[in-house]
Design a protein around this ligand. Sequence first.
Ligand SMILES: C[S@@+](CC[C@H](N)C(=O)[O-])C[C@H]1O[C@@H](n2cnc3c(N)ncnc32)[C@H](O)[C@@H]1O
Length: 261
Amino acid sequence: MNFEKLKIEATNKADHITIIGNGILFNADCFDIFPFIADNSVDLVITSPPYNKGFWSRNRNINNGFKTKSRRITYGDFDDDLTPEDYETQQRNILKELCRIIKPTGSIFYNHIDILYKHTTIHPKYIYDFPLKQIIIWNRKNTPKLDKSYFFPINEYIFWIKKDLKSIPKFDRKNALFQKNIWDITPAVKNDFPAPYPLDLVKNCILSTTNENDVVLDCFNGSGTTCLGAKELNRKFIGIEKEKKYYDIAVARINKTLEVI
Ligand SMILES: C[S@@+](CC[C@H](N)C(=O)[O-])C[C@H]1O[C@@H](n2cnc3c(N)ncnc32)[C@H](O)[C@@H]1O
C-alpha cells in the first residue's frame, strides 16, 4: 500500500492527514476515506464503533424504575445518538466496506456490546448477516454500570468477521497472547480519551492474524491504540478519526513511541 499516493488522493476529503512512521492517520469521516482504499488491500481491521449510547441512555433511570447511575460517554461533536434503524444501517454499511477492503486472508475484529434497556437486551443482531468466524468474549472483569436491575454486565463482544463465507483468514494461535476465546483484560486506564482499547487486546488480534509489514486499519481510531499496537509490532497502519482532538492524541501517542524506538 502506497501511503503517499493515498494521501494525495484523499487530501480533499480529510481535514488533516499525517504520515507517521510506517502508517497514515486521517482526521476525517471514515465513509469519506473508504472509497480511496482498494478492494482486498488490508490484512486486518480492529475497530470499535461508538455504541449509540446517547440514544439508549435517554430516560434510562426512569425506565428501569430504580435510581441508577450509568456512565455516558460522549465523543466530542459526534452525537452517538442515532435512531436504532439509522445506527444499524450505518454499521451495516461500514461492515460491507470493511469486507470489501480486506484480503481473502484478512480479518475484522469488530467490538460491540449488549445495550440493556427497559429490562431487555438489545443485541447487535445485524452482525449475523456477515461472515462470522468466531465470537470472542472480552471479560473486562469489572463495570462502571451500577444499574440494580441486572447482573453486573462485564463482557463485551469481539466479533471476528472474514471476507466471505469461503475465505480463510490467516491465523496462528501460537502467536497469541490469549489463546482461548475469552480474553480477560482489564480496561485501559483513561488517557485524554474516554474509552481507549487496552493495548494487549489489540496486540492479540495483530499477533495471531498478521505478519510484519501487513496493513492494519482502524476506521474509528479514537486515541489510536490499534495504530500504536501495529507500530510497536512493525505492521503498517491506517487510522481514521473524525474528531480533531482525538486525532491529535493519536498522532502524539504514536510520535512518542517513535522517539523511544
Ligand atoms: C469507541 S471510540 C474508539 C476508541 C479506540 N479504539 C481507542 O483505543 O482509543 C470510537 C471513535 O470513533 C470516532 N468516530 C465516530 N464516527 C466516526 C466516523 N464516521 N468516522 C471516523 N471516526 C468516527 C469517535 O469520535 C470516537 O473517537
